[in-house]
Design a protein around this ligand. Structure first.
Ligand code: HEM
Length: 133
């Protein structure tokens, strides 16, 4: 059977934060090998028990899933629960906003001045001197 999620078309991408929110009985999602699985209806049917899936709810279960050595049947079963993939860009965007601030702080702390500051200072002095004298 063709799987819409894995043939490269119509793939729904989820951010890690979206998956993390789905960690209740009402909605349980897990990540295995960058794919997002909705296991809500499978919790009670899981041969390995509901608890192991609940522990992984909202997070990356790849390691635990692989450690168990699930059968081919289990993997096929899992593929029917794929709802999408983890967004390729999962890093925190706020880090990029913080970078310039951190750079400024570290330059101040080390007493390093930027090249344009070195150029501007004597120019201002010369201008001020010219006006008064
Ligand atoms: C969509 C995801 C999953 C599906 C469809 C699934 C399915 C199955 C199936 C069919 C079995 C029976 C044994 C086999 O055929 O391999 C099984 C056993 C088991 N599963 Fe899962 N599983 C899933 C996720 C997980 C995860 C994330 C964990 C770990 C946190 C886990 C832990 C176990 C354990 C401990 C057993 C019992 C193994 C044993 O008794 O030898 N499973 N699972």
């Amino acid at each position: 059977m063709e799987n819409k999620e894995t043939d490269g078309k119509d793939v729904k991408y989820y951010r890690l934060s979206e998956v993390e929110e789905r960690n209740s009985f009402k909605s349980t999602w897990i990540i295995i090998n960058n794919k997002v699985y909705d296991v809500t209806k499978f919790l009670e049917e899981h041969p390995g028990g509901e608890e192991v899936l609940r522990e992984q709810a909202g997070g990356d279960a790849t390691e635990s899933f692989e450690d168990v050595g699930h059968s081919t049947d289990a993997r096929e079963m899992a593929s029917s629960m794929v709802i999408g993939e983890l967004h390729p860009c999962v890093e925190k965007p706020e880090m990029f906003l913080l970078m310039p601030l951190l750079l400024c702080i570290s330059l101040r702390m080390t007493g390093t001045s930027l090249p344009n500051q070195q150029i501007q200072r004597p120019y201002r002095k010369a201008q001020a001197g010219g006006q008064t004298g």
